[in-house]
Design a binder for this molecule. Structure first.
Ligand SMILES: Cc1cc2nc3c(=O)[nH]c(=O)nc-3n(C[C@H](O)[C@H](O)[C@H](O)COP(=O)(O)OP(=O)(O)OC[C@H]3O[C@@H](n4cnc5c(N)ncnc54)[C@H](O)[C@@H]3O)c2cc1C
Ligand code: SF4
Ligand code: SF4
Length: 426
């Protein structure tokens, strides 16, 4: 019998019952092994090299599933796309039947440790390679998955206590600031975490809608200090990525909510995109559109500390991009923040009569300041917003570093290992 036929692998699979289709794994995988359709996220066994980069960023744990399978019988992508639930683990007898002669004790090895700088995956530039999966050392403890498919309580019901439009009425874009209150049920969160919203009803195939993920836009002690509430910044999706008209299920459901409405929530999610808490730690925030939500949360927490006389210093630097000033959420409140508290850099790409400017352009203009911050172990970088910005931003950081004479790969390895560069784009 052919050796390939009896080789048993540990096949990496995604649990379709728990996956909330947040796309984090697909964005993280350095070899493009993860793909999806409108139903499931799946892993291509031929491409997955078990590097484990996708495991800790997955907010639900649905990606951490493995099945011993004969290599030639590995579940195909087409098969996985039809699943409603993971298949049962094969018994040793079933495996022995499928792969006669295989040494089942040693045939499915443990996944190897990931190595960013191994040189074996040095291919085309991939920004996802550089994103940290660990938090800053001084981040507070984040509670995750308190409510969800794997938890004792599947969802928590929140009440809408606020819903205001934060972009100009009558334009094609529509972003809302939504406040959810959890009453007396504990829902502890940190800046940089997200929650899942479960839209009511079912999708085209009759299954309950998957949860949509939204970043928390408020500080850890509540949108209103001392309240068990939080805020979200949600953009109504009215066009798909190709510009075709659609009505996004989750975003429209949320933007249409009225004060007093009830919402089913899961989470909180996220244990790495968290802010540092040690004295004089610097935060560089680079965002577009609703990617401003976690940046608002971090800024607000530091603002409250400062107001209370508990701020231990450290720079806050913001690069914020939008098509126009009117489309930029929280433009007004941002202008009111003291200049000695936060260094704000705004880029508009569609202001009539003005040249297009993107966050990367501003970063290059501020190269001297950014290079000093890159070199400081007390500086943490956060990138959030449109998927299309991620690569340009990381390339700009690389350029800034190289022009300052810093060795990018060594620096980037440290940024990743020490939780200093966080990427969250969608
Ligand atoms: C970690 C994380 C944090 C997020 N935080 C926020 C946040 O703070 N605020 C926020 O508004 N969104 C956020 N999102 C995106 C959000 O989870 C949803 O994907 C988004 O609201 C669209 O969901 P929908 O149900 O309205 O659209 P769907 O019904 O899921 O999709 C409808 C169609 O629109 C396409 N589509 C989906 N999203 C977009 C988009 N953004 N632009 C163009 N086309 C799209 C889909 O491919 C599909 O064809 C976040 C996503 C992740 C992974
Ligand atoms: S383990 Fe590595 S190669 Fe496999 S799907 Fe996850 S990120 Fe991709
Ligand atoms: S929930 Fe996990 S497995 Fe599902 S899309 Fe998100 S990261 Fe991937």
């Amino acid at each position: 019998m052919d050796m390939a036929e009896i080789q048993v692998i540990k096949q990496h699979l995604i649990d379709p019952e728990i996956c909330i289709r947040c796309n984090t794994c697909e964005a993280t995988c350095p070899v493009g092994a993860i793909t999806h359709d409108s139903r499931n996220y799946v892993v291509d066994a031929d491409k997955c090299n078990l590097c484990m980069a996708c495991i800790s960023p997955c907010p639900t744990g649905s990606i951490d599933n493995w099945r011993a399978m004969p290599k030639l019988r590995a579940y195909s992508i087409e098969e996985q796309l039809t699943w409603d639930a993971l298949p049962e683990e094969l018994s040793p007898e079933q495996l022995a039947d499928l792969a006669p002669g295989a040494d089942l004790q040693t045939a499915a090895p443990e996944p190897p440790a990931a190595s960013l700088l191994s040189g074996t995956v040095e291919e085309a530039f991939s920004s996802a390679r550089y994103g940290a999966t660990v938090p800053p050392w001084s981040a507070a403890h984040a509670y995750t998955n308190l409510y969800g498919a794997k938890s004792a309580q599947k969802t928590i019901t929140a009440t809408v206590t606020g819903n205001v439009r934060v972009t100009e009425v009558g334009r094609e874009y529509d972003t809302h600031h939504i406040v959810l209150d959890f009453g007396t049920t504990p829902f502890p969160v940190l800046e940089g975490q997200s929650i899942g919203i479960v839209p009511p009803g079912t999708d085209a195939s009759g299954r309950p809608h998957h949860a949509r993920q939204y970043s928390i836009a408020s500080a850890r002690n509540g949108e209103r200090p001392g309240y068990n509430n939080l805020s979200l910044t949600i953009k109504r999706v009215l066009q798909d990525h190709d510009g075709n008209p659609v009505r996004g299920v989750g975003s429209n459901y949320m933007c249409d909510l009225k004060v007093g409405d009830k919402v089913e929530v899961i989470g909180p999610f996220g244990a790495s995109f968290l802010m540092p808490n040690h004295p004089r730690s610097n935060i560089v925030m680079i965002c577009t559109g609703t990617g401003s939500a976690p940046m608002r949360a971090m800024t607000e927490w530091r603002r409250r500390l400062r107001k209370a006389g508990k701020f231990d210093g450290g720079k806050l630097m913001l690069f914020f991009g939008a098509r126009t000033q009117e489309e930029l959420p929280y433009f007004g409140p941002l202008q009111k923040l003291p200049k000695d508290f936060i260094d704000i850099n705004l880029a508009f790409s569609r202001t009539p009569g003005q040249p297009k400017r993107y966050v990367q352009d501003l970063m290059r203009e501020r190269a001297a300041d950014l290079a000093a911050l890159l070199a400081s172990p007390d500086t943490y970088f956060y990138v959030c917003g449109l998927k299309s910005m991620e690569e340009g931003v990381v390339l700009a950081l690389r350029e800034v570093a190289q022009q300052a004479g810093l060795h990018w790969e060594t620096l980037a390895e440290g940024l990743k290992r020490n939780g200093r560069l966080h990427l969250e784009t969608y």
